[in-house]
Design a protein around this ligand. Structure first.
Ligand code: ADP
Length: 445
């Protein structure tokens, strides 16, 4: 991370330095040119004054004095009359030089160009003298490149200094970023006072912690409930058995007692079976393969299995709808339908009715089970899917309910992404529906 921060900082630095190097060179070049221009003009004016006072022979003395400045005097016809650096006779006619032409025409003239004679960039300034000749003063101009080159060592110095600074800054910044992360209190993520960019992460950790806690609590509660639920029938069984062992039961009552023991043992078996089913569902049932099943066939089969139970309670059952092929886990779907239909019989009234409908809707397959039973009070509706939850605990022994049936339905629905809804009116009946998600067909993909 630090290397990455350093890299990007160095990149920014390099670009900034390059741009400012170019700009500064340009500005310095322009400024020194301006200064040079005004210097040269001033010098030309001084020389002009000197010539006015002491005549043109004044120029001859310049030869030894100035090294930087080149002074030239050009006649009206363009011939060079004097040059401080060259022998006048070797120089060609200067009439066409930009600054000379301008001076002859309007009194002054200037130009920046490469000199033919000295192979350097020069600034030329020319003035018309009283005698009609032209005085020209010229000086070397530092080119943009040489200005840039002059600044190069300074820029390298600045770059080095900045590099060191960037290195230190990146180190300091990463340390500052990382330190609070290393010191995070993962158990209480929201208590950390840390920069706001980390809040989403902390919230996510907090949510996960809470979920973990909730699952742990549920497990604990479940184990406690299981022990309790197992203990009740076992206590009864051992109680009846003890009385019989002690010979306290009259012979004609023996059958009655055995019957009770048998019932409690059956109840225990059902309970253990349900618990096994639930814990299998808990294990995310990856090993259970999904396959094409016909929900309608499953339902008919379940209803026929329950026919004895229904007949015993004089409950009339009917199945309607149409064949629905659905990709799901057969065993679990069977269990779900069974539990809902069994409840519709168990919590029905004598002579009641159970109407089952299975079919396709626009939103996908649907199973609906309507009974004319005792109904569920509204305040219990939210809770009946909880493990071991029974509306009427005192009667659950008679109905043989474990309170696990609807938990299995809920879990199975989750595995199939299905939704379970309950509507109920006390004394009138209950409607439970499972809506399965619509399967995306090949042509729609
Ligand atoms: P149980 O094994 O007790 O039937 P369930 O989880 O299947 O456990 O159901 C939880 C509780 O919901 C039941 O004890 C019962 O009180 C209530 N219940 C479920 N289905 C119905 C229904 N069709 N009509 C009335 N009450 C119902």
């Amino acid at each position: 991370m630090r290397a990455r921060i350093q890299k990007s900082m160095i990149l920014i630095l390099a670009v900034t330095l390059l741009i400012s190097y170019g700009l500064v060179s340009l500005i310095v070049y322009r400024q020194s040119l301006d200064i040079l221009k005004s210097d040269v003009r001033q010098e030309a004016r001084y020389i002009q004054k000197a010539i006015e006072i002491s005549g043109t022979q004044y120029l001859e003395q310049l030869d030894e004095v100035d090294v930087d400045t080149r002074v030239t005097r050009i006649g009206t016809d363009g011939n060079v009359l004097y040059d401080s650096r060259r022998d006048e006779s070797t120089l060609d006619n200067h009439k066409d030089r930009v600054e000379v032409r301008a001076a002859l025409k309007s009194g002054t003239g200037e130009d920046v160009r490469m000199s033919d004679t000295v192979r350097k960039e020069l600034y030329y300034y020319a003035v018309l003298l009283d005698d009609g000749t032209v005085l020209r003063v010229a000086r070397n101009v530092d080119s943009l490149v040489s200005t840039a080159l002059q600044m190069f060592p300074v820029m390298v110095g600045i770059a080095l200094l900045m590099l060191v600074l960037v290195y230190l800054l990146a180190r300091w910044q990463t340390a500052k970023l990382i330190q609070p992360i290393n010191e995070l209190d993962i158990e209480h993520p929201l208590d950390n006072a840390i920069y706001e960019e980390l809040t989403p992460l902390l919230s996510a950790i907090d949510k996960q912690n809470k979920e973990k806690d909730a699952v742990a609590n549920m497990r604990k509660e479940f184990s406690a409930n299981v022990s309790h639920e197992l203990k009740t029938p076992l206590t009864s069984i051992s109680g009846y058995a003890e009385i019989m062992k002690n010979g306290l039961v009259r012979p004609q009552d023996i059958q009655n007692f055995s019957e009770r023991i048998y019932k409690e043992a059956r109840r225990l078996i059902t309970l253990v079976e349900d618990i096994i089913k639930l814990s299998k569902l808990d294990e995310a049932s990856v090993e259970l393969e999904k396959q094409e099943v016909n929900l309608y066939d499953i339902t008919r089969e379940v209803v026929s299995r329950l026919s004895m139970q229904a007949a015993a309670k004089k409950v009339q059952m009917s199945v309607q709808g149409e064949p629905v092929v659905y990709r799901g886990i057969r065993q679990i779907l069977d269990e779900m339908v069974y539990n809902i239909c069994e409840n519709a019989i168990k919590y029905n009234v004598e002579g009641g009715k159970v109407s089952v409908w299975v079919g396709n809707t626009l939103d996908g397959p649907k199973l609906s089970v309507i009974d004319t039973g005792i109904g569920i009070p509204e305040e219990h509706l939210d809770r009946i899917f909880e493990r071991f939850y029974r509306v009427d605990k005192s009667h659950s022994k008679e109905t043989g309910g474990t309170g696990l049936g609807l938990s299995i339905v809920k879990h199975g629905a989750l595995l199939h992404n299905a939704k379970v809804t309950v509507e109920s009116t006390v004394g009138a009946g209950t409607k439970i529906e499972i809506r399965f998600p619509r399967e995306v067909s090949e042509t729609e993909k």
